[in-house]
Design a protein around this ligand. Structure first.
Ligand code: PXP
Length: 237
C-alpha cells in the first residue's frame, strides 16, 4: 500500500496572508484525515511563510495518522523535531531562501553530517527520510547514513512525464530497486498530480508514501477537499 500524505503548507500560506486564523490549519489537518489522508506533511521554512514553528505542537496533538515534518536540519529545526517528535522527519538540503525543494542531498559530501542527524533523531524514535535524487549512488550514500527511507525528488519526472513517461520513470525504478535491496523504504514527492501519479505508483511497487501539496490543494479549489483526497487515493489503490 502506498500512503497519501497531504502537505498542508499552502493552507498555512493562505492563512498567513491575512494574519488571522482563516483557514484554520489545525482543523484542516483533522478534516484531511477524516476525508482519507493517511498522513499530514508540513515543511517549516526559515521565513515561516508557510507553516510556522508554533503550528508544529498543535498539529502533533491532532494528527492521528502519520505526522511528517520536512525541512533543512538547522539547529533550530532539529530542536523542534526533538521536542515535537513527529512520526517521520524528511531532511532536505534547501538553502534558506529557496522557493521550493528542487534537488536531493549530495549524500556523500554530507555523509558525516547526515549520519549524526539521523542518529540524534533515532534516539527519540523519529523515522528519518532523506530527500534524494533518483540515482543509485545517492541511494547507496543514503543507506550508509543509517536513514530509514529516501524520498525521491519527482520534479524532473513530472516535467518529462508528458513527453516521455518511460524515460521519466526509468531512473526512479532502478534507484527504487537499489533502495529496496539496501533495506531503505521509498517515499516520493514534488509536482505529483492527478495526471502523473497513477503511472508513478504502477511502476514503483516499493513505494511506501507520497507527499503531495501544491497540486492537491489547487485541485481542491475545484473539486473540494474531500473529493480531491478521494481522487488521489483512487490513483494509489
Ligand atoms: N517533498 C518535499 C521535500 C517538498 O519540499 C515538497 C514541497 O514542499 C513536497 C514533497 C511536495 O511537493 P508539491 O507541493 O509539489 O506536491
Amino acid at each position: 500500500m502506498t500512503r497519501l500524505s497531504v502537505n498542508i503548507n499552502k493552507v498555512a500560506l493562505l492563512r498567513n496572508a491575512r494574519g488571522g486564523n482563516l483557514p484554520d490549519l489545525i482543523q484542516f489537518a483533522k478534516d484531511c484525515e477524516e476525508f482519507g489522508a493517511q498522513g499530514i506533511t508540513v515543511h517549516p521554512r526559515p521565513d515561516e511563510r508557510h507553516v510556522r514553528y508554533d503550528d508544529l505542537r498543535p498539529l502533533k496533538q491532532v494528527v492521528q495518522t502519520e505526522f511528517n515534518i520536512e525541512g533543512y536540519p538547522s539547529e533550530y529545526f532539529l530542536q523542534n523535531i526533538l521536542d515535537v517528535k513527529p512520526d517521520q522527519c524528511t531532511l532536505v538540503p534547501d538553502p534558506p531562501g529557496v522557493l521550493t525543494s528542487d534537488t536531493g542531498w549530495d549524500m556523500w559530501k554530507n555523509q558525516s553530517f547526515l549520519s549524526d542527524v539521523v542518529r540524534e533523531l533515532h534516539k527519540v524514535g523519529v523515522r528519518v527520510s532523506l530527500f534524494c535524487n533518483p540515482i543509485e549512488r545517492e541511494v547507496e550514500g543514503a543507506a550508509k547514513t543509517g536513514a530509514d527511507r529516501v524520498e525521491f525528488y519527482t520534479g524532473h519526472y513530472a516535467e518529462q512525464y508528458e513527453s516521455n513517461r518511460e524515460a521519466a520513470i526509468a531512473p526512479h525504478i532502478s534507484a527504487g530497486k537499489t533502495a529496496a535491496e539496501l533495506g531503505l523504504g521509498v517515499n516520493a514527492g514534488h509536482d505529483l498530480n492527478l495526471d502523473n501519479l497513477a503511472f508513478y505508483h504502477q511502476q514503483m511497487p516499493m513505494l511506501a508514501e507520497v507527499s503531495i501539496g501544491h497540486a492537491l490543494i489547487s485541485d481542491a479549489l475545484y473539486y473540494g477537499v474531500s473529493n480531491t483526497i478521494q481522487m488521489y487515493r483512487v490513483l494509489l489503490s
